[in-house]
Design a protein around this ligand. Structure first.
Ligand code: KIV
Length: 272
């Protein structure tokens, strides 16, 4: 089905700062779900490294490679969505140097991403500046950064204590300032107290997109599998708008029973 919406492009991000219409972003990793979320009208599709946990069965996002991300970005880009395609930079693709960061951002853009996202604040300022100098738009990601899993001791809410130490409230404010100065077009704030996300959103010129960060961000993002009720676990910060896991289980169980009982295929599913 053709989608009459105007294509969402990077300059639209800034136009939506402090807009009455909040930005909407969801993840997708393949063409089927990319076409569904696009038709539903999301502004941005995040090809997230959460592909590790929701598609690859991993405990953390740390094992995702550039090749995996290129593959999933290509699948999403194949449907030519009106939504902006955000390509997530996997762990190890930008941490070591600005040169790595630019080379790997270029790979995601060649695969079909229209903006790249990377995690971190003060420590990745140089990498963000280098990617922006290469004319590639960057989305930041602060607060709970799942690629910092081991340093954080798990995926834990950040910014609950004061201070400039990693995960401290003041450090997260510094991270926000650093990535804004480095040139991000927008950034994700994940799993911080709503009051902190509100303060950051008020202080920055670029739009903030929250997940577990309260209602006052300029937009919201969810992992599609959580939104659809496909995930085995439920999370406080997410909301399941459907129960696709149970519906899928019912459908496949019915198929198994129909085949076992020779009710499928019947004459309408057979060639004469
Ligand atoms: O990879 C991902 O899905 C993300 C979101 C949680 C923001 O980074």
């Amino acid at each position: 089905m053709s989608n009459p919406r105007v294509k969402f492009i990077v300059p639209h991000l800034l136009e939506r700062k402090n807009s009455s219409e909040a930005l909407t972003m969801v993840t997708a990793y393949d063409s089927t779900f990319a076409s569904i979320v696009d038709e539903a009208g999301v502004d941005l599709i995040l090809v997230g490294d959460s592909v590790a946990t929701v598609m690859q069965g991993q405990k953390t996002t740390l094992g995702v490679s550039m090749e995996h991300m290129e593959y999933h970005v290509q699948m999403v880009a194949s449907v030519k969505p009106k939504a902006l395609i955000v390509g997530d930079m996997p762990f190890g693709s930008y941490q070591a140097s600005a040169i790595d960061a630019v080379k790997n951002a270029v790979r995601l853009i060649k695969a079909g991403a229209e903006i790249v996202k990377l995690e971190g604040g003060v420590h990745v300022q140089e990498q963000i500046e280098a990617i922006v100098r290469a004319d590639i738009p960057v989305m930041g990601h602060i607060g709970l950064t799942p690629q910092s899993y081991h340093r954080m001791g798990g995926n834990k809410v950040q910014g609950r204590s004061d201070g400039e130490q990693s995960g401290g409230r003041d450090r997260i404010l510094s991270d926000a300032r650093a990535i804004e100065e480095a040139g991000v077009c927008a950034f994700v704030i994940e799993a911080v107290p709503a009051s902190l996300a509100t303060e950051i959103t008020a202080a920055t010129r670029v739009p903030t997109i929250g997940i577990g960060a309260g209602v006052n961000c300029d937009g919201q993002v969810l992992v599609l599998h959580d939104l659809l009720g496909l995930s085995e676990r439920t999370f406080t910060f997410a909301k399941a708008y459907s129960n696709l896991r149970q519906l899928s289980l019912n459908a496949v169980s019915e198929y198994v029973s129909d085949v076992q009982q020779r009710r499928f295929p019947d004459s309408t599913n057979s060639f004469q």
